[in-house]
Design a protein around this ligand. Sequence first.
Ligand SMILES: [Zn+2]
Length: 407
Amino acid sequence: LASTQNQAHRVLTRARLATLAGGAPYGLIEEGALAIEGERIAWIGEEKALPERYLDWPSESLEGRLVTPALVDCHSHIVYGGSRDKEFELRLEGASYEEIARAGGGIRSTVAATRAASEDALLAAALPRVDALLAEGLGTLEIKSGYGLDLESEAKMLRVARRIGEVRSLRVVTTFLGAHALPPEYEGRADAYIDFMAEEVLPALAAEGLVDAVDAFCEKIAFSAGQVARVFEVAKALNLPVKLHAEQLSDQGGAAMAASFGALSSDHLEYLSEAGVAAMAKAGSVAVLLPGAFYFLRETKLPPLAALRAAGVPLALASDCNPGSSPLTSLLLTMNMGATLFRMTPEECLAAVTREGARALGLERDIGTLEVGKRADLAVWDLAEPAELTYRMGFNPLARRIFGGKG
Ligand SMILES: [Zn+2]
């Protein structure tokens, strides 16, 4: 498998190609071939139809292995300081929420640890988590801020996110999540905090080129739809796309509000209403489902899958990797949870971490399917059947990751 890895032009032959580009289930091409030119897919199809111009390119047989688009994790909080394992342990030993708070638990403990950590320390802590995702064929990772909650600490988190994309061969998409939680210094002054984030922090970070999109947490325990809208107005003026943590614990009308701003996605959605589904469908927002958090919090209220499907809302899955509610660094396990917990089909699960994950990041023209002109971001698996990616638990069949034509 190593012979042509660093060729700028090459053809991969004897591949089973799950293109996710329509047609057959999984967009499957049996006995397929794929030509890579530089960073892009130059040709893809049945090997017997390979045009003559590719016949003298270096070629390599994949011996019947399955090829999918490289995976996309479109929702993560993978950069953070500290750990919440102690709090997890205390809770399982029967401690009350009050006792955990007194012991320094909860999101504010992550904020304190993130503020106290250096950029290098945050990077060093995040890389093993990123590497776990890469080992399963990840090509693109979204990383949110939201544990700094002041100008300097939010900037620090986003700089670390950018550095992850420099020290590893993957694409990082950054999201500003200043409206994640209320920091202690703003206790009882949520509106003042929102003004600070919207009018000072977001414009400053955008001017530094650190922000690809803007997110918020719309919930009783976080911010109201009206407060979030004030942040989104500024995002809109800065020409930045928005997305939202919506309807996770209660119905706040967040997804519909986000849809009115043309949101790329609304995420979580366990308590999404019919009106919310309709608003998302109309706006073309992706539903990003996060079964890791659902599992870890032992939730029981399911997101409205049937209504989302019926309305044609695209379904993505993501790790939601974060220390409090989803310490998850496996998209393969996320896919399995999408099937077991949410009853998504294996085909939906694979599309959810490729094509629809890309759509949730506004990158659907560039990645997420195997098509001519798209980036050659590929995962090669020691499998033939795509359903097996979703079926198994705790098993990693990745043979090789190709990123931008390399690998
Ligand atoms: Zn999240």
